[in-house]
Ligand binder design. Structure first.
Ligand SMILES: *Cc1c(COP(=O)(O)O)cnc(C)c1O
Length: 370
């Protein structure tokens, strides 16, 4: 069975009338998979102490239609935009919002304008947006400057719908991932989540998870909301620091944001849950990206690996709860950003092409079978 899309599955929990036709690409219902290698690593880091027997799960949001969780929010925001008669979408983006907006605009028959920081968007994401026919406007500046532009356009032009996470329907769609985490763990017999780790850029997604768990609690479908651990890159840690970062820097372009729109709400959501904000270095992010791919077979983009880097850091500090399973959200697919795999890792692996007979001989001799 293929996913029905969020609006069909969760309509009663979303602020849209029944009769509004959904714009959907079958987003949501992404896999929640156990991470046995990570669990083992956590056990040895915690060294018999707190969290040493905690089960670890990965929520594979890269399995959404355009390869990131942004599709959840986009399905709801674009459904609403079309219903109210908007003619075009606009957003600023570090890449994934752009790829998602372009696809859902195409699906809905709307125009799409993307304002992107020149040089700040991974090639895969830009390629997705261009393939879907979006108009791309590059700004000589960072994400924060691009967001200023689109806010001003949306204010002046009522026919254009802003689909950044400032759009409240985006968060409404994204909160459904929290519902799924609870129901998938229940179906797996794993109990209720004790903690959720996720990367934080603009702070919209951690705010949305907070909304989702609290709504599930009120609906009587959850006994206790998990602690939220928001993970930021050291060079772009505006939410963790509680102040803007003028020139955010990190290899994880999806969370390279200096003036987070949901900074305050993100801090509140984390504090209310009893969780924490953590920071990790680019070195830790890339190391964990590789570890996830090699030990779990899961290829996630660098920003997504920040969640697991945060988990390992928390484990070493004895901060991981041991009263239930822990979930790391892998927000986007590794295929979107191939700079590191093809740059760093390929140069260590691939030499000059060899004649087939030479390759055959080496493999038959057992090379690399270990
Ligand atoms: C957008 C995005 C984030 C950050 O989410 P915020 O809502 O901005 O905090 C993290 N990872 C990926 C892959 C993203 O696309």
């Amino acid at each position: 069975m293929s996913p029905r899309g969020l609006l069909a599955t969760f309509r009663e929990f979303l602020p849209l009338p029944e009769d509004v036709p959904a714009v959907t690409l079958g987003e949501g219902e992404t896999p929640l998979v156990a991470a046995p290698a990570l669990r083992e690593r956590l056990g040895s880091l915690a060294a018999g102490g707190r969290g040493s027997r905690t089960a670890v799960y990965l929520k594979l949001e890269g399995c959404n239609p355009t390869g990131s969780f942004k599709d959840r929010g986009m399905a709801v925001a674009v459904t609403r935009a079309r219903a109210r008669g908007a003619r075009a979408l606009i957003c600023a983006s570090t890449g994934n919002t752009a790829a998602s907006a372009a696809a859902y605009a195409a699906r809905a028959g709307l125009a799409c304008h993307l304002v992107l920081p020149a040089g700040g968007v991974a090639a895969g994401k830009l390629g997705q947006a261009l393939a879907c026919g979006a108009r791309v406007h590059l700004v000589d500046g960072n994400f924060d400057a691009a967001l200023d532009v689109v806010r001003a356009v949306a204010e002046a032009r009522p026919d254009v719908e802003l689909v950044n996470s400032l759009n409240p329907y985006r968060l409404e769609g994204q909160k459904t991932a929290a519902f799924e985490v609870v129901e998938q763990l229940r179906a797996d017999g794993a109990g209720e989540p004790a903690a959720l780790f996720l990367p934080v850029g603009n702070g919209g997604n951690v705010t949305a998870y907070g909304m989702g768990f609290e709504q599930w609690l009120r609906a009587g479908r959850l006994g206790r909301a998990p602690r939220l651990f928001g993970v930021q890159a050291e060079g772009a840690a505006a939410v963790a620091l509680g102040r803007p970062v003028a020139e955010p820097r990190t290899v994880a372009s999806a969370i390279r944001i200096g003036r987070p729109a949901y900074g305050e709400r993100a801090r509140e959501a984390v504090a209310r849950s009893g969780g924490r904000l953590l920071t990790v270095s680019d070195g830790e992010i890339l190391e964990v990206q590789r570890l996830l791919a090699r030990e779990e077979g899961v290829f996630a983009e660098p920003a997504s690996a920040a969640s697991v880097a945060g988990l390992l850091k928390a484990a070493a500090a004895g901060l991981v709860p041991d009263d239930g399973p822990v979930v790391c959200v892998l927000t986007g697919h590794g295929l979107k950003d191939l700079d590191t795999p093809l740059g760093t890792w390929a140069s260590a692996q691939l030499g000059e092409p060899q004649p087939p007979a030479g390759v055959l001989e080496r493999l038959l001799a057992g090379e690399g079978s270990a």
